[in-house]
Design a protein. Structure first.
Length: 149
């Protein structure tokens, strides 16, 4: 793409503990024509350390977009979302909740915690790939994302 606004790669943080879902997401994002760099954290504690650039993540790139699963070990996605949106430096980063939960309570709670959108993962491989491509198309080509301060 020769869009001048897209001169640098889009930084994506995926917080996902399922190896198969993570791999499908990676494959779908790599198949895209948009240049992006993906960082992958498998639990909420490490995701927050990454976002805050703590310890081994001191030089971590600031994500332009976060793909967040709700059901994570150590610190679940709801807690991550809550902490992220309470942090004045991180709250502007858009968060796409991408989870298997169809619970109306999870949907409501995610929006109460200021998720930017909530998407239920399809179980079908083809549909899952289409969902990731749709997320990518919307968030990485249509939406103007905030730049780091």
């Amino acid at each position: 793409m020769s869009n001048p606004a897209q001169q640098r790669p889009i930084e994506i943080l995926m917080v996902e503990d399922s190896p198969s879902d993570a791999q499908l997401t990676i494959e779908a994002l790599h198949a895209a024509k948009i240049v992006n760099r993906l960082s992958h954290m498998e639990d909420g504690v490490e995701a927050l350390r990454f976002l805050r650039r703590e310890g081994p993540y001191a030089d971590a790139p600031r994500p332009d977009l976060i793909l967040l699963d709700l059901n994570l070990p150590r610190k679940d996605g709801r807690e991550v979302l809550d902490e992220l949106k309470r942090d004045p430096d991180l709250r502007v980063i858009p968060v796409v909740v991408l989870t298997t939960s169809r619970s109306e309570q999870d949907v409501l709670r995610s929006y109460q915690l200021h998720a930017n959108c909530y998407i239920t993962k399809p179980v079908d491989f083809t549909q899952f790939m289409e969902v990731v491509k749709a997320i990518e198309h919307f968030w990485l080509t249509i939406v103007t994302l905030p730049k780091e301060k």
